[in-house]
Design a protein around this ligand. Sequence first.
Ligand code: C2E
Ligand code: MG
Ligand code: MG
Length: 853
Amino acid sequence: MQRLADNVSYALGSFERADEKARTEEQKERLRRMFAALSATNEAIMRAKSRSELFDLVCDAAAVGGQFISATIRLVRPGEAFLDNVAASGPDRVRAREVLLSADATRPEGQTLTGVAIRTRRPCISNDYLSDFGPESHVYPVVRDSGSKSGAALPLLKNGEAIGALVFLSSEFGTFSPEMMALLQRLAENVSFALANFDRADEKARADEQKERLSRMFAALSATNEAIMRAKSRAELYQLVCEAAATGGKFTSTTIVLAQPGSDYLRMVAIAGPAAEGARQVTLSTSEAHPEGRGACGRAFRSGKACIINDYFADSETAAFHERARLDGTQSGASFPLIVSGRVVGVMIFVAIEKDTFTPEFAELLQRLADNLAFALESFDRADEKHKADERIEYLASHDSLTNLPNRETFNEMLRHAISAADRHRRQIAVLFIDLDRFKIINDSLGHDAGDMLLVAIAERLRGSLRASDVVARLGGDEFVVILEETTERHDVERIAGDLLVSLSQPLQLSGHECHTTASIGIAMYPADGSDVQTLTKNADMAMYLAKEDGKNGFRFFSNEVRAQSIERLTMESALRRALERDQFSLEYQPKIDMASGQISGVEALLRWTHPELGKVSPGQFIPLAEEVGLIVPIGRWVLKEACAQNMAWQHRGLKAVTMAVNLSPRQFGDPHLLDDIDQALAASGMPPSLLQLEVTESMVMRNVTRAVRVLDAIQNRGIRLAIDDFGTGYSSISLMKQFPIDTIKIDRSFVRDLPNDSEDVAIAQAIISMGKALGMTIVAEGVETSEQQEFLRAHACDEMQGFLFSRPLPPRDLAELLKTSPALVSPPLQPALDEAAISEAEPNLGRKRAVV
Ligand code: C2E
Ligand code: MG
Ligand code: MG
């Protein structure tokens, strides 16, 4: 209002001055009209809602009030050569609008009233147009065609800078008198003022908007923090953060991209915001080599710093994204690197409609958001690592490292679960206890690596033969266990056990050997055979043990009979522990006959146990037990001493000197005191070492070849002889025997039994004899029971024989008799000394014994 009053008083003053100077009536009239028109519009100018409304108002008022041919407003466009025509009024407005004008002094379009006014920031007037602007002038045609006689341009100023001009053309000479100019100058100032108001309002609106955005962003920041807490997975985290940011910042899109190993391109893991679809079309790269890597995102990724582009179109590097920006109507964007554990793993991208969205305060908030996300990712990594480590430890603790099967503890747990599930569903469970037959032999003869390979193969076979729902575990050693939860009918369990045996008995290549492994299976059923984990497992184990005793490669269900037999075994074990101190052991001696002379060349000491209640216990029963529980070492020590002493006792009675063969067991052979025990037995008895022959088995020496060679060499160096017992049943060959100081091979009874009828046994026996002879070894046949066997072996030049055909193992007194009375058990090449009828009796040797003693 003050401004209006000023205007009015100024105008009135001018009016009076005009009167004073006796202006023409017409000029006076024009001024009056101009003043009236401007007064009327002054207020309207101040109330204009927009710049264009302001411009139109001003032009209209000036054109009417000043009766100008045209009134136009031209504005400078930064970076553009020509002025923008934003409003035009008056009868000649169409033509006026078409004239190109410039502020540039070097252009002809700039050599005009307008150009000068803008450059000088002062009004520029021509009261005689045609003489001021000749035909060479750029505006001459317009001036001429429009009939303009005078013109004026007044700069519009903003902060002292000319941002445009008001341009008026008049059909009279001398229209732009000082009075008129004063009025127009006021008008121009009002327009400048109004424009400045618009700018201020804009600024305020922008500041409000920015403030609002900042506070929303603050809210978004805490929303993302919550999202970070809440997210269960990375994918969820990305999406939650993206959405919170897009909503909070009113972005057209928010995107999270991650670097991918081995690629220059970034992978989008989450997108949110109204222009998400558009943003999804964008390809982003980490490399400057690709245009897609030159935007804010690529720059942020490479530099590890925020990159803000507050005006896309002013940034030529981002050309690859201009098209997208045009389609989405976006003008600014900001990218923030996601730095996890000190390296950039991805970028968070914000895109906005308005230019200059990303003020420093705003960018700071967004940076915090990106940092929070990166922090959350880092925690995920740490959690992952811990989780992985935990899982690994858990797995290692619960599984067998060789076969990857659940271990004993895990099995116990699984069986416990199975039992409670069976209770709930009133079902039965079968527990199968599986033990490999002769695993020890393979392990001993082929080595632990081969043994391990075998166990792995067995584990695979078991797993492969069962359903995924069945549990297979390894309890240790060669013991495996299976839980069948759904197959509980006895005949089904039988079928499965049978299938398992078939699958396990398939031949297998191990260290170049074809191995035939079999297994024995014991089965216990829940609830019939036990109500808890321990009992079920123990009973299945017992049943397995008896399946082995039944002859291996079979299965057996737990039963009362199994229990009784097992108790027997337990009884036997405790009895065996006391047998030595209670003098329940004795030795029998079985002669070996030299084929060439027909004479007894030696005897083999065979251990006997007579228990007051159990009676005579078979060595086949108690020796493996003694071996298993370790009692064989002291027992074997006793055997050595006793056998040597007996041999010398015979000699002292004047009997013929024979060799004394003593069997060694695996445990004994592995015992560090073996050599001491031997030395003591020899020393105590005074028996020459050359009369002692130790019998070892293939598996014993193959277990640890280096050690075996050392022990056997030490034995041989004492002058003691060495024999391989039960030859052909282990995994070795005669050629392998070469590296051991062995002088005798005893062909196992199983190859002798079916001679001479079984062609395979014939071939084996022949091969063993000829190869052993080639190596200079003495060949002994065990278990010779018939004269046919004897004839065959004699014909194939077997050196010695041992068997019921000649004599059973005998107590010392009986053997002494034999040594005394029998110069030749076989009189080569004659038949055996006894009649065939006696031998074919139920106890043929008793007849012989009686006959010879
Ligand atoms: P081995 O060393 O192969 O002993 C030969 C076995 O064959 C003896 O059985 C013997 O009685 C039996 N035998 C001999 N001739 C015939 C025959 O013509 N027909 C049949 N059917 N059998 C025959 P035994 O005494 O029952 O001993 C069994 C195994 O026990 C022995 O086999 C040996 O491995 C082990 N053993 C015996 N005494 C000892 C010992 O003092 N220490 C160790 N570590 N093991 C021993
Ligand atoms: Mg033997
Ligand atoms: Mg033998």
